[in-house]
Design a protein around this ligand. Structure first.
Ligand SMILES: [Cu+2]
Length: 196
């Protein structure tokens, strides 16, 4: 088998596998349904962890798990893709994020202005510290914490910074609101739930 054949055949196999993934979203090669997860990273995570009040005043704790399910080829946060999970944070609150990627496929998260999710690369976070370091490279089978202040009203997203992922739906909606008194999250068609 010559060099070209040995390279092309595995590449075609990867493409075929990625097209079989959930929802059949065409994306770049390398994605399979969420499998090979490092399960101990998410063993204790429940839906209550997706949004909780922090210990200090005006502090909220958010856990975002990528590839929690096979939805959208693993390009989801807590199982939701394409903004189907929607967070509202009151202006001025501190946000403590735990990001977990139990998957061997690299993912990341950073806060960006909502319109940026249409770009192949997301650039810098909208607020200082509002993302994992080197979001463009992503992490795999790891947990990272970061904290930021929701200091500007607007429509944002928690988006995966790995190239093309946000464009393919790897994002959750984030609104920073001057009217909201308590953080909330809406998951899919369920009613919004307030942090407590
Ligand atoms: Cu991703």
């Amino acid at each position: 088998m010559n060099y070209r054949v040995t390279v092309i055949i595995p590449a075609l196999l990867v493409c075929a596998l990625s097209l079989r993934s959930a929802d059949a979203v065409p994306d770049h090669a390398g994605h399979k349904p969420a499998s090979g997860l490092k399960k101990e990273l998410i063993a204790d995570i429940t839906e209550a962890d997706f949004l909780k009040l922090g210990s200090a005043p005006k502090t909220v704790r958010i856990t975002l798990v990528s590839a929690l399910t096979a939805n959208n080829g693993g390009m989801n946060f807590n199982g939701y893709a394409k903004g189907a999970a929607a967070y509202v944070i009151p202006l001025g609150w501190n946000v403590e994020v735990t990001f977990i990627n139990p998957s061997p496929v690299p993912h990341s998260v950073l806060v960006v202005e909502r319109e940026k999710i249409r770009k192949p690369q997301l650039g810098e976070p909208a607020f200082p510290g509002a993302g994992v370091p080197n979001a463009v490279l992503g992490i795999s089978m790891k947990k990272v914490n970061f904290t930021f202040t929701a200091s500007q009203v607007g429509e944002y997203a928690f988006a995966c910074g790995f190239p093309i992922h946000a464009l393919n739906g790897h994002w959750a909606a984030l609104e920073i609101s001057a009217e909201a008194k308590v953080p909330s999250v809406k998951l899919g068609d369920a009613a919004p739930r307030e942090a407590h």
